[in-house]
Design a protein around this ligand. Structure first.
Ligand code: SF4
Length: 342
C-alpha cells in the first residue's frame, strides 16, 4: 500500500492493528517518517491547538516499597516528602506562574491512600493548583474516590511495558495487572487517567502497538507520556542500549493518529533537547517547566537550568527559559493554563 494511503487508513476511526504496526515499521525510513510526522502534527494542531502549557513535578513523594526494587531504577527513595516542605515547594512552583503539578514516586502495592490524601489536603490548605497523582498502583478504589472528592485532576498508572516477560524482568516486585486494574478503576470512577510507556526495554514494535491499542479502550485517558530508556551504571541494565529518540518520535506519531485528542508528552530519559523532534512528530502540548525533589537540594544547575532554593534541603529546578526558547524556535508559545481534563 502507498504510504500516504496507509497514513489515511490509520487516521480513520478504529483502524486494524496490523495497519498501525505496518505504519510504525515502515516509518523507520526517514523520508516516510517525515510524511507521518506532518500528518500527526496537523492532527495535533487541529485537535489540541498550537499553544503549549506548563506543568511541574514533585518526585520522591513516598518510600518505594516494591520488593525487589525495579532492576533498572536508581531513583527510588526511602523517606516521605515532609508536608511542610511539600507545601513550600508548591508555593515556589506557583511563584513561577505554573498552575499544574504532578506528585510522583514511589510505589506501595499495599496502598498509600491515607498518605496521599493527607498530602493533597495540605496542598489544598494553601493552593488551588491542579494536582495529578503518579505513585504506581498504590491506591485502592476508595483511595481513588477520596482523591476525586478532594479535587485531584487525574491519576497516573504507568504500564511502562506491555510485554509481561519484560515487565517481570524489569519490575519483579511490581504488578502489571495491578497497574492495568488502576486504569480500569479510574475509568469506572470517572477519574481522568494518565499513563506512560517506557520505550526501549527490549519490547518489539508489535508490543508497542499492542500497548497503544489496549489504552485506546479508555476514554478517560487524557495524557500519555513516553519515557526513553536510559541505562544506569550499577543496575543489571547498564549494558542495555540507550533508546534512540527516533523510536520515541515514530511511536508518538502513530499514537497521535490513533488517539488524536490525547496529550502526548515526554517523560523520563528525555530532555529539552528532545522537544523539537517530539513536537514535529505530533507530540504535545504539555511541557515540564520545573521539578522538585529532595535530592535536587544537593545538585548543581545544568546548563539552561535555574536552581531556586525552597528550604535547606529542597530546591526547585526551573528549565522554563530554556524550554521557552526552544518552543519559540518552533513558532509556538507556552501558556500557563492547563486544558480542561476529560
Ligand atoms: S516503582 Fe518506580 S521508584 Fe520504585 S523501584 Fe520501580 S521504578 Fe524505581
Amino acid at each position: 500500500m502507498d504510504f500516504s494511503e496507509l497514513i489515511a487508513q490509520v487516521t480513520r476511526p478504529d483502524p486494524p492493528k496490523e495497519l498501525a504496526l505496518q505504519l510504525l515499521q515502515r516509518s523507520r525510513e526517514p523520508a516516510l517518517a517525515l510524511q507521518l510526522f506532518a500528518a500527526a502534527s496537523k492532527i495535533r494542531d487541529e485537535t489540541m491547538g498550537k499553544t503549549l502549557w506548563w506543568s511541574a513535578g514533585i518526585s520522591s513523594m513516598m518510600p518505594c516499597r516494591v520488593e525487589p526494587l525495579c532492576t533498572y531504577c536508581t531513583y527510588f527513595t526511602v523517606k516521605s516528602f515532609p508536608l511542610d516542605e511539600l507545601v513550600a515547594s508548591v508555593k515556589a512552583i506557583e511563584d513561577l506562574g505554573i498552575r499544574h503539578l504532578h506528585l510522583s514516586g514511589g510505589t506501595d502495592l499495599a496502598g498509600y491512600d491515607n498518605e496521599l490524601c493527607e498530602a493533597v489536603n495540605a496542598i489544598r490548605d494553601v493552593s488551588s493548583i491542579e494536582i495529578e497523582i503518579n505513585l504506581g498502583p498504590s491506591l485502592t478504589r476508595n483511595g481513588v474516590r477520596r482523591l476525586k472528592q478532594l479535587g485531584v485532576a487525574s491519576i497516573t498508572s504507568s504500564l511502562e511495558t506491555f510485554n509481561p516477560e519484560i515487565f517481570a524482568k524489569a519490575k519483579p516486585g511490581d504488578s502489571l495487572d495491578a497497574r492495568k486494574a488502576l486504569i480500569e478503576m479510574c475509568q469506572d470512577e470517572g477519574m481522568p487517567v494518565r499513563s506512560m510507556i517506557l520505550v526501549g526495554l527490549g519490547e518489539s514494535e508489535a508490543d508497542r502497538i499492542d500497548h497503544l491499542y489496549w489504552l485506546l479502550q479508555f476514554p478517560r485517558l487524557y495524557h500519555l507520556r513516553f519515557s526513553r530508556f536510559m541505562p544506569y551504571r550499577g543496575t543489571s541494565w547498564e549494558d542495555h542500549p540507550r533508546c534512540s529518540p527516533w523510536e520515541v518520535a515514530r511511536l508518538v506519531a502513530v499514537a497521535r493518529l490513533l488517539m488524536p485528542h490525547v496529550d502526548l508528552g515526554l517523560a523520563a530519559g528525555n530532555s529539552p533537547d528532545d522537544i523539537p523532534l517530539w513536537y514535529a512528530a505530533g507530540g504535545g502540548n504539555q511541557v515540564l517547566g520545573a521539578s522538585v525533589s529532595m535530592r535536587q537540594g544537593r545538585v548543581k544547575a545544568q546548563p539552561g537550568e535555574t536552581v531556586i532554593p525552597v528550604t535547606d534541603r529542597v530546591s526547585l529546578v526551573s528549565r522554563m527559559g530554556h524550554i521557552e526558547q526552544f518552543v519559540r524556535g518552533l513558532g509556538r508559545d507556552i501558556g500557563s493554563a492547563a486544558p480542561q481534563l476529560r
